[in-house]
Design a protein around this ligand. Structure first.
Ligand SMILES: Cc1cc2nc3c(=O)[nH]c(=O)nc-3n(C[C@H](O)[C@H](O)[C@H](O)COP(=O)(O)O)c2cc1C
Length: 294
């Protein structure tokens, strides 16, 4: 994939539990993305050992593509110190803080989307993390709010004005909406509102973006600076490549090619079944055949 030749930014969404070594290798081999954001590394008590930090990012860094490392936690000083150590050890392109994960366990502990329960504290939290980092290195991946999209009216203007974050990855749902579908005009309306509230800080739109045309329309209508796609990318593995490569295969062919590459890279057992579920869905012939052969 040629980099930076599209008028807006194109990002693969991080997917914890999916982004294992063989998956990353398969994506890299088929050149299915031209940058990475890692899934989250959750911090609780202390900064992990240097070996662990290096290992966490290694698969992604091996690609030699720009890598943004995502961290999750509740203590901004711990996150800031760990982020600085990560940058020193890996030379990563940036650090992202997860402020959107809706998992009940994560939210209960106050991390991920749980941080949005106090939208008035988001900007201060980011300022503290950014204080440990060189300028322009910090971004957030965040949802519209905890239980109301009105929350963005509280956290975005302050994030926009204090320069702590250089980019906002914005998933249009609230945390309590989890993954429930919202009517399409609502998606565009929320993203457009976020772009306005974020002012000079670029917003990368996320949520159900499933084709080049859809992405172009979202960018046009909302004036966002780019798009990120996760599950639709897994249903159409050549989706990101199609932005810059007219010869990229269609979704059905792409799924077959990607699945074959995963097998070549050594994905097997439960991991392969999970990938088949993401690629084709639970009612598909491919998925049903695979579980019948178990
Ligand atoms: C299996 C899975 C794992 C995910 N892991 C992460 C993660 O580690 N960090 C993160 O910020 N978002 C994570 N997400 C959320 C996606 O990156 C994305 O924000 C969400 O799926 C909505 O976008 P989509 O409609 O393009 O999938 C995950 C989503 C899925 C389905």
């Amino acid at each position: 994939m040629k980099q930076n030749c599209y008028p807006f930014e194109i990002w693969p969404g991080p997917m914890e539990g999916v982004g294992k070594t063989e998956f990353v290798e398969a994506v890299n081999t088929l050149k299915l993305c031209d940058r990475w954001m890692t899934p989250f590394l959750r911090l609780s008590g202390a900064i992990p050992a240097e070996r662990k930090l290096r290992e966490f990012a290694a698969d992604y860094l091996d690609s030699r593509l720009p890598v943004t490392i995502q961290l999750m936690g509740t203590d901004p000083d711990l996150l800031g110190k760990c982020a600085a150590k990560m940058l020193e050890l890996t030379g990563a392109a940036g650090i992202n803080i997860n402020m959107g994960c809706p998992s009940l366990r994560v939210v209960k502990n106050g991390g991920g989307g749980g941080l949005l329960k106090k939208p008035e504290q988001i900007a201060g939290f980011c300022r503290t993390v950014a204080g440990y980092l060189p300028p322009e290195m910090l971004s957030v991946k965040i949802r519209a709010g905890y239980d109301s999209p009105e929350d963005m009216q509280i956290y975005l203007p302050e994030l926009a004005s204090d320069g702590a974050v250089s980019k906002i990855f914005f998933h249009y749902r609230t945390v309590t909406e989890n993954y429930s579908p919202a009517p399409l005009p609502e998606r565009e309306q929320r993203i457009a509102a976020a772009v306005k509230l974020a002012g000079q800080v670029p917003v990368i739109a996320n949520g159900d973006i499933s084709s080049v045309e859809d992405a172009e329309n979202v960018c046009k209508v909302t004036q966002c600076a780019g798009i990120m796609t996760a599950r639709p990318w897994m249903r159409d593995p050549f989706l990101l490549r199609r932005f810059t490569d007219q010869t990229a295969p269609d979704a059905a062919t792409g799924r077959e090619l990607f699945f074959a590459e995963l097998q070549k890279q050594g994905v097997s057992g439960g991991a392969l079944i999970e990938m088949a579920r993401m690629l084709w869905g639970v009612n598909s012939k491919n998925f049903l055949q695979l579980i019948a052969n178990c």
